[in-house]
Write a protein that binds this ligand. Structure first.
Ligand SMILES: Cc1cc2nc3c(=O)[nH]c(=O)nc-3n(C[C@H](O)[C@H](O)[C@H](O)COP(=O)(O)OP(=O)(O)OC[C@H]3O[C@@H](n4cnc5c(N)ncnc54)[C@H](O)[C@@H]3O)c2cc1C
Length: 280
């Protein structure tokens, strides 16, 4: 869905989007944006409820109370999350709620990583006989992780190199453990776990700690805040709904919980579900 985004008093419009959905009347519920009656993309607008009548959705209620009617809804909010927008008291089975979440410890360096011997874009590490691809018992599981340095991609000559050096280490983490902290405890936990994570990572790549000039860290609660996925589960529910259907006849899932994961997957899913259910 490419195209020049333009802001109008009614919201954002794009020629490309209008081309594709000129005759469709549906909302794309994702990235906090909505396509409304073919021509309007609303950013930073939450949906607090999906209004239903019988086995169909008839519209959405936005966080500011605005009500919008619709013929179809495509939702990337997640399977359980979408159901709860229809039925706030809905009790999901535990196995349908995603559990895997992550932290990322970000180090800004005073040099390019390769000057310290780190010339890889990505290193997957694990210090155990088996990888423990499961919810962490501790706040973070530092036995395994992914070390990424975006500086080491092959940039074009006219792009140059990134100005700052970055080393980012991703670890499996426990959402509840982070969620239950006070603000002060949370800040301290980030400091503590940054050290643990980086200590673990430098067993597998050249030690970059002497070059660190700034740090940052996101946690499962950060992921929850921006994606609204239960438990900050990056890959959503373990139960995928491959045909995208829901308990309502005109509400369809797209994105992670429909079954395509990752950024490309999410885009493919949106296109597939729109073609399948909204553009015929
Ligand atoms: C930190 C991080 C790094 C990642 N790195 C990579 C990577 O390098 N490569 C890769 O392929 N994948 C990566 N992923 C995974 C990838 O981002 C996801 O698989 C993909 O974004 C899922 O797309 P989605 O549309 O299903 O859900 P999301 O991208 O989570 O989008 C859901 C959107 O719906 C919005 N929303 C939810 N509820 C409501 C509501 N009630 N009202 C309004 N809006 C709502 C949320 O704000 C969110 O914007 C990463 C994920 C994270 C969190």
């Amino acid at each position: 869905m490419s195209g020049l985004l333009e802001y109008t008093p009614e919201g954002w419009t794009t020629e490309a989007l209008c081309e594709h959905i000129r005759d469709g009347k549906f909302y794309l519920l994702g990235a906090r944006c909505y396509i409304v009656f073919s021509h309007l993309l609303r950013l930073r607008t939450g949906v607090s409820r999906i209004k239903t009548e019988g086995d169909r959705a008839v519209g959405v209620v936005l966080d500011d109370g605005t009500e919008l009617e619709c013929q179809n809804i495509l939702s990337s909010a997640g399977g359980v999350e979408t159901r709860r927008l229809c039925d706030p008291g809905y009790e999901a089975s535990p196995e349908s709620i995603g559990q895997l979440s992550f932290t990322e410890a970000i180090s800004v360096l005073d040099c390019q990583p390769k000057e310290l011997g780190n010339d890889r874009t990505i290193v997957f590490f694990n210090d155990s006989d088996q990888v423990h691809w499961q919810k962490s018992d501790a706040m973070c599981d530092v036995r395994s992780g992914v070390i990424c340095s975006p500086n080491n991609y092959c940039y074009e000559d006219d792009e140059g190199e990134l100005a700052d050096g970055f080393m980012r280490v991703t670890s499996i983490a426990n959402f509840e453990a982070w969620q239950n902290l006070s603000e002060e405890e949370y800040e301290l936990a980030k400091l503590h776990w940054y050290d643990q994570i980086v200590d673990s990572a430098v067993r597998f790549v050249p030690d970059f700690r002497r070059a660190v000039i700034d740090t940052d860290m996101f946690t499962p609660t950060t992921i929850r805040r921006f994606t609204w996925h239960e438990n900050g589960a990056v890959y959503g529910s373990p139960k995928k709904q491959l045909d995208g259907t829901t308990h309502l006849k005109n509400v369809f899932l797209c994105g992670t919980d429909q079954g395509f994961v990752g950024i490309i997957g999410a885009m493919m899913s949106g296109v597939s579900m729109a073609n399948q259910y909204c553009l015929r």
